[in-house]
Unconditional design. Structure first.
Length: 283
C-alpha cells in the first residue's frame, strides 16, 4: 500500500498529515504509523501524525492526532492550524472551518495564504498557584487544562530562559512532566516575560518527550495564566518560541477566560508518497 502524505509545520511544530477519507486505514494501525513515520532518523520525521477522517459531530471533518511515540493527543493547536490549511486547500471546507478533535470542537479561519487562526478549546481547569517540588527545590507553577478531556499544561517561570543550559532545562522539564502532582502527566511550558505583551517560551511536550519548536495549546495555556495574573493584557500577546512567533488573543469574564484564539504561520514542506519499507500495515 502506498500512502499519500503532506509534511507541514506551524512555527516549527511539524507534522505528517494523512487523509483517511481516502486511505481508509483502520484506527488501530495509526499509533504504529505515527511511531514509524515520525522517527526523524529513520523516516519522514515529525512531532506528530495528523489524520483527517469523517466527521461524527457535524463538523467539516475530524482530526485525529498522535504524538511521535504513538500516544493519542487530545488536540494540538499548531496542528489544528495546519489541518485547517490542509482542509481548505483540499476542498474539505471553506475560509471558516469546524474541526472535530478528541478535546472538542475547534473552529478555524484562513487569514491569508499561510496565516491561520483557530479558537482553542476552552480552559476547563485553571490553577494559578500550584507550586511543585523537584529535587528539593520549590518551583512556582500554574496548571491549566484545555478542552474536555483536558490537555494538561504546567506553566513555570524561568529566569534567563534564553540562556538556560539545554540539558539542565530538559531534565527539569522531564521531571515536571512526570511529577506525581499531574496524574495525566503534563506538557511543561517554561517562560520569561521579555517586554510588554511579549513572552519567550519553551515547551517540553508530553508524547514527544523533548522540547518542540512551538506548542499552540501550551502558548494558549501560558497566556491564560499571565492574563489572569495581570502580567499581560490578553490581547495580541506575542509569544516567541524556537520556531517563530505565535499570537494569542483572549476574552475574559471576571476570573475566567471564555475565549482563546491562536494565530500563526503554516508551511507546506512537502507532498508525496510514503515508501518507508519498515512501515507495516498488516495485522
Amino acid at each position: 500500500m502506498v500512502l499519500k502524505f503532506w509534511k507541514m509545520n506551524g512555527a516549527g511544530n511539524d507534522f505528517v498529515v494523512l487523509n483517511n477519507l481516502e486511505e481508509r486505514l483502520p484506527v488501530e494501525f495509526l499509533p504504529q504509523v505515527a511511531r514509524t513515520l515520525c522517527e526523524r532518523h529513520l523516516s519522514i520525521g515529525a512531532d506528530g501524525l495528523m489524520v483527517v477522517d469523517a466527521p461524527t459531530q457535524g463538523g467539516d471533518y475530524k482530526m485525529l492526532f498522535f504524538n511521535s511515540d504513538g500516544s493519542v493527543g487530545e488536540m494540538c493547536g499548531n496542528g489544528a492550524r495546519c489541518i485547517c490549511r490542509y482542509g481548505y486547500e483540499n476542498g474539505l471546507a471553506g475560509d471558516t472551518q469546524t474541526v472535530e478533535t478528541t478535546a472538542g470542537i475547534v473552529t478555524g479561519r484562513r487569514i491569508d495564504s499561510r496565516l491561520y487562526r483557530i479558537r482553542l478549546n476552552d480552559p476547563t481547569t485553571v490553577k494559578l498557584d500550584a507550586p511543585i517540588e523537584v529535587d528539593g527545590v520549590r518551583y512556582a507553577c500554574s496548571y491549566v487544562e484545555l478542552g474536555d478531556p483536558g490537555i494538561p499544561h504546567a506553566v513555570v517561570p524561568y529566569h534567563d530562559l534564553k540562556n538556560a543550559c539545554e540539558n539542565e532545562l530538559r531534565e527539569l522539564g522531564r521531571k515536571i512532566r512526570w511529577h506525581s502532582a499531574f496524574p495525566k502527566g503534563a506538557n511543561v511550558n517554561f517562560y520569561e516575560i521579555i517586554g510588554e505583551d511579549r513572552v519567550f517560551e519553551r515547551t517540553f511536550e508530553r508524547g514527544v518527550e523533548d522540547f518542540t519548536y512551538a506548542c499552540g495549546t501550551g502558548t494558549g495555556s501560558l497566556v491564560t495564566v499571565l492574563t489572569l495574573q495581570g502580567k499581560v493584557s490578553g490581547q495580541g500577546v506575542q509569544v516567541d518560541m524556537t520556531g517563530g512567533t505565535l499570537v494569542i488573543d483572549t476574552e475574559r469574564r471576571g476570573s475566567r477566560i471564555t475565549d482563546l484564539y491562536l494565530t500563526g504561520p503554516t508551511n507546506i514542506v512537502a507532498k508525496g508518497e510514503v515508501t518507508d519499507e519498515d512501515l507495516c500495515l498488516a495485522k
